[in-house]
Design a protein around this ligand. Structure first.
Ligand SMILES: [Zn+2]
Length: 565
């Protein structure tokens, strides 16, 4: 017996000590969070309101107010003593309470990315602004005549003359050569900043602090490549035949300027059907409101505080943000969307999309701590928004919501399906170019980047590099400057939308196929999303949330199942 008690005490003493350390650290962390949230919550709400005012009015005083508040928020997150506390608690590895551990992780990463030395940060911000200004004020030219991007899009979607097309395509890329030296300098400075906080480069820092891992992303993108390579090659062959015929050339002679988008990221309009026809005599706001109410996710409170229409003609109109977004003001139910609605298919898609973001925010469990009352990841809210936005082109949904005949539905199904299918697979291939290029750009900014770009474009998009030396046309993609290392999240959002769709159709509705699924008036959809996705907010890391909601981690197979048929 004595022997046993010695064994027990050897085992138990460290556990008791550890218990003490755990308790002390949990107490310390709880105190930290209480203090932090008491400072950050009111500032965040004020900044969100200022952002809303600035976006709806465009007034410079609102933008000034917003930058002052953002600076105050950044000052909190850049405090090195607070960061030291968080690091110590985190390194101790003793926080076992899952809710506390989640909050600690979120705080730790938010502080970590703000620990860049102030002088380096200033150089970065200034150079970033310089590149953006050059980008915004540059105009490409065709035969010496200045053109805007919208001129270029018009030529690329309508012009038959190949010489003009080639000049327009080249004009769209000219800005790349103008900004590329500054952009590479920016990449090197971002890398320098990332190394200061312990990462090998900026790309890694962005992935890790976004709670993702390179291996995980590589794995998803490699699977997606394998699953889409063959169907994409077939669809593209069919498209090439149509395009080549329209230009009177052989498919093998097609060059990048023969496609309808500077980066071939959008499907040429050869398959398009004018869906606006079906929406022009309807009220897209009313359709969205009725649909969401029908699935048990009422949005009347959101719409009541939203800004939905442009105010063309009124003096207050000029400065309103021209696109759309959803905005969670206070994490306590004040959720708004901004749109510039018209009764077109594009705005039907947009309001469904933005309300998808909005219901995600609205239905976070309010008993959860403030720090966790947000989506599991920026791409998970994107996935939900995409899930709803896709319905505007869905024939079954359109038939129910717009009272269409079977014949009309069949027509939409034929044309719209082909377009949608191609668009999705094309986007996946394009996203692979972006993901792989950015990864290698930050790993070695001194390599032959122009050559690398074309190797990836030829591999994933099957588009030929034009003869002659490669220029820096890739740098004309604005995301490299303004939203670095983020593009892959758009693709992950698409994958999640398909995975949620698959899971709901098969596990909740218990159907074998999604053939007639429109979701219209199916209250189970709202119940499912509230319980599994919206309610938990950021309580679980994103892949755990997805596994809990769908039975498996994020996978490309349902995206492929949905769009490759
Ligand atoms: Zn969105």
């Amino acid at each position: 017996m004595k022997h046993l008690s010695i064994v027990i005490s050897i085992v138990f003493i460290p556990v008791l000590l550890l218990g003490c350390v755990t308790h002390a650290n949990e107490k310390r962390l709880t105190g930290f969070i209480l203090d932090h949230v008491s400072r950050i919550e009111p500032l965040t709400t004020k900044a969100n309101l200022a952002y809303w005012d600035a976006s709806t009015t465009g007034k410079s005083e609102d933008y000034d107010k917003l930058s002052r508040l953002q600076l105050k928020i950044r000052q909190i997150y850049s405090d090195p003593r607070d960061f030291a506390v968080l690091k110590e608690v985190r390194d101790s590895g003793v926080i076992t309470d899952p809710t506390l551990a989640r909050q600690l992780d979120k705080l730790y990463y938010a502080y970590l990315t703000n620990q860049i030395p102030p002088d380096l940060l200033k150089t970065l911000v200034d150079l970033d602004a310089k590149v953006q200004e050059k980008y915004n004020t540059f105009r490409g030219d065709i035969d010496g005549k200045k053109v805007t991007m919208s001129d270029i899009y018009t030529i690329m979607t309508t012009e038959k003359d190949v010489r003009t097309r080639q000049l327009a395509w080249r004009a769209s890329k000219q800005v790349g050569d103008v900004i590329v030296a500054d952009l590479i300098q920016l990449v090197k400075l971002r890398n320098q900043a990332a190394r200061k906080v312990g990462f090998d480069n900026y790309h890694t820092m962005m992935i890790v602090t976004g709670e993702q891992s390179i291996e995980e992303l590589d794995n998803i993108f490699n699977q997606l490549d394998r699953l889409t390579a063959k169907p994409f090659a077939e669809m593209k062959k069919e498209l090439d035949a149509i395009l080549a015929k329209s230009y009177g050339i052989a498919p093998k002679d097609l060059m990048p300027w023969h496609y309808h988008d500077p980066f071939f990221q959008r499907t040429p309009l050869v398959y398009d059907l004018d869906l606006d026809l079906y929406y022009k005599d309807n009220d897209v706001k009313k359709l969205a409101e009725d649909f969401y109410a029908g699935v048990g996710l009422p949005v009347d409170d959101i719409l009541a505080v939203s800004d939905l229409y442009d105010r063309e003609g009124s003096p207050a109109a000029a400065g309103k943000y021209p696109h759309a977004f959803s905005h969670d003001v206070d994490r306590r139910g004040d959720v708004r969307i901004l749109c510039n609605l018209q009764n077109t298919e594009r705005w039907m898609e947009t309001i469904l999309h933005e309300l998808g973001h909005a219901v995600y925010s609205k239905y976070h469990d309010r008993d959860e701590p403030w720090l966790l009352r947000e989506p599991a990841h920026s791409f998970t809210t994107e996935g939900v928004a995409v899930f709803f936005g896709r319905l505007s082109r869905n024939a079954a949904w359109m038939q129910k919501m717009l009272n269409l005949s079977d014949a009309e539905r069949a027509k939409i199904e034929d044309v719209s399906w082909k377009y949608l299918q191609f668009q999705q697979i094309l986007f996946a291939r394009w996203a692979m170019v972006m993901y792989n290029f950015e990864k290698q750009l930050y790993a070695d900014p001194d390599q032959d980047l122009n050559g690398l770009w074309w190797r990836l474009v030829e591999k994933y998009q099957l588009v030929k590099q034009p003869p002659g030396p490669a220029d820096a046309g890739w740098a004309s993609k604005l995301h490299f400057t303004t939203a670095p290392c983020y593009y892959h999240n758009y693709m992950l959002g698409e994958l999640l939308a398909s995975q949620l769709h698959h899971c709901f159709v098969h596990d909740v509705m218990r159907l074998d196929s999604d053939k007639d699924v429109s979701y219209v008036n199916d209250k189970r959809l709202g119940e499912y999303l509230r319980a599994k996705v919206f309610g938990p907010g950021a309580l679980y890391p994103w892949n755990e949330m997805i596994e809990r909601a769908t039975g498996e981690p994020l996978t490309p197979k349902y995206f492929v199942e949905q769009f490759v048929k």
